[in-house]
Design a protein around this ligand. Structure first.
Ligand code: AOF
Ligand code: ZN
Length: 368
């Protein structure tokens, strides 16, 4: 199973919104098939491993990091009939598939066919590996990572909105790497106005050379309640490279909706919630489009909107050794303070490491 898990990780970054899955077929103490799921839409790991094993799968044991599927999914036929036809003797599964259309039914079908089935081998590792998939497939919303570069006193900008640069070039490079791991990036229109980010994934080639743009780019999402985004904004350019979606409210002036659409930009009007883009509905819409992970890059108002509703799953804060001070400076999570200290959230699985002259503090937000 350890090998199957290692194989699964090779699909990292390419299987979304589907899970990373690894499979190993063992017959007479020897490995006769090994495979991993390479990309959404391509064959499932167990199908590839069984194909490799051929007739040697008869009487063999299959180690699989996720319960095999038994449903006709969007892209591929069910795997369970193939497992039965291969005449396996035993199937060892790390975890049940949380997908509501599978969830135990795959295992049941195998047992009914007389195959010995056990579940729970290295389950914790398997669950952690597919944290994003598990969240998306059960909630219909993307896994949300809140990322920010902040001072030691938790400020992300001066009162006037100056923020370039709080963190070191190394930390900014690490943040770019993070962009390359997600399906979409979300910012508020305030951030577009203040910083004019491109929100593309760029990897520097060598010191002194211009940045290289990666061929695959996450969807750029802007929350803009009244459509005040400037037409010259950098996120509206280079659309052949990276797509942009502007999430707005049904209260936004129709003329602006039309202008943007005429320019070929996708605008998504949603029923407003206290005059603003409703975050829960936006996330559900993104989830429906197959966005399983979302990186939120601020600012403080947008961060607060997601935070208040308990929609943040993970934080990655780059903390620089700067002290800014000032009540009017922008905080990483804006809005009003909760009434009691008991309402503060304690992160789990905390990890801290130095990146350049900054510290990257990352942790998981416990489910409420
Ligand atoms: C995978 N790879 O190795 C396994 C999966 O979109 P489809 O048709 O490929 O189906 C995706 C579902 O198949 C997924 O949600 C999960 O329930 C099941 N198993 N998926 O992408 C795999 N074994
Ligand atoms: Zn399958």
């Amino acid at each position: 199973m350890g090998l199957a898990l290692r194989l699964a990780t090779r699909g990292k970054g390419r299987t979304s919104p589907n899970p990373m899955v690894g499979a190993v077929v063992v017959s007479g103490g020897r490995i006769v098939g090994r495979a991993y799921h390479r990309k959404a839409g391509e064959p499932h790991a167990e199908v590839l491993a069984l194909h490799q094993a051929g007739p040697r799968a008869r009487g063999a044991t299959l180690y699989l990091t996720l319960e095999p599927c038994c449903h006709h999914a969007k892209r591929t036929p069910p795997c369970v009939p193939l497992l039965i036809a291969a005449q396996l003797r035993r199937v060892v599964v790390a975890m049940k598939d949380p997908n509501p259309s599978v969830h135990g039914r795959g295992l049941q079908a195998l047992r009914r066919a007389g195959i010995s089935v056990s579940v729970g081998c290295l389950e914790e590792e398997a669950t952690a590996l597919n944290r994003i998939y598990c969240h998306w497939v059960t909630t219909g919303r993307p896994w949300v990572i809140l990322k920010a570069g902040m001072t030691l006193d938790g400020k992300i900008a001066t009162a006037r909105g100056e923020s370039q640069w709080i963190t070191s070039p190394e930390a900014r490079r690490e943040a770019h790497r993070l962009r390359g791991e997600v399906d979409a990036i979300l910012v508020g229109v305030g951030t577009v106005q203040a910083d004019d980010p491109k929100l593309t994934v760029r990897v520097p080639r060598r010191a002194g050379m211009t940045d290289m743009v990666r061929p695959w780019q996450p969807l750029r999402v802007i929350a803009d309640s009244n459509l005040t985004i400037p037409s010259t904004a950098a996120v509206l350019s280079r659309r052949s490279l990276a797509k942009t979606l502007i999430a707005t409210t049904t209260k936004a002036p129709l003329r602006r909706v039309r202008n943007l659409r005429n320019a070929g930009i996708e605008v998504l009007p949603l029923e407003p919630q206290q005059g603003r883009v409703p975050m829960g509905n936006l996330l559900r819409e993104l989830g429906r489009r197959g966005i399983a992970s979302l990186l939120v890059e601020g600012g403080g108002t947008l961060n607060a909107a997601l935070w208040k509703e308990g929609l943040v799953n993970e934080v990655r804060l780059f903390v620089s050794p700067l002290l800014l001070g000032g009540q009017d400076a922008k905080s990483v999570i804006g809005g009003a303070s909760p009434a009691r200290l008991a309402d503060a959230v304690k992160l789990q699985g905390l990890r801290v490491r130095q990146v350049g002259s900054d510290f990257l503090v990352q942790g998981l937000v416990p489910p409420q």
